[in-house]
Design a protein around this ligand. Sequence first.
Ligand code: CMP
Length: 140
Amino acid sequence: MAGNRTFTMIKPEAVAAGNAGKIIDAIIEGGFKIVALKLTQLTPERAGKFYEVHKERPFYQELVDYMSSGPIYAAVLEKDNAVADFRALIGATDPAEAAEGTIRKRFAKSKAENAVHGSDSDENATIESNFHFSADEIVG
Ligand code: CMP
């Protein structure tokens, strides 16, 4: 999958606000093909494991509580240069710094409740996709 796949989650506040459909539309309009998609809810344990890399950061517990607070959509996306292109589509982590028209500029509430996750490398895209999906749940 190196190079042409990335992983995303539509986060609890965006799902609760009814923005998941608009975000999925923006992802498809952005040229990404959805090759896996599920509605799910992380337990605090699973959210903690997903974000283990941030364990020492001051916002870790807040992040775990938030990411397990309600349903999310998890998805695997396909496009040439998927990781970098998706990060451009979603914009900066902090919506105040995100470019006009990006998904976070349009839908994020704050740096913590920032609407969507996007993998930061091909390696993490694979790890994160495998965290949520088995091989037979990813098509193509
Ligand atoms: P995400 O791209 O999913 O990766 C790590 C997440 O941690 C990030 O989006 C934000 O939701 C959250 N995050 C990053 N920095 C902060 C911060 N300073 N305060 C609170 N949450 C943060």
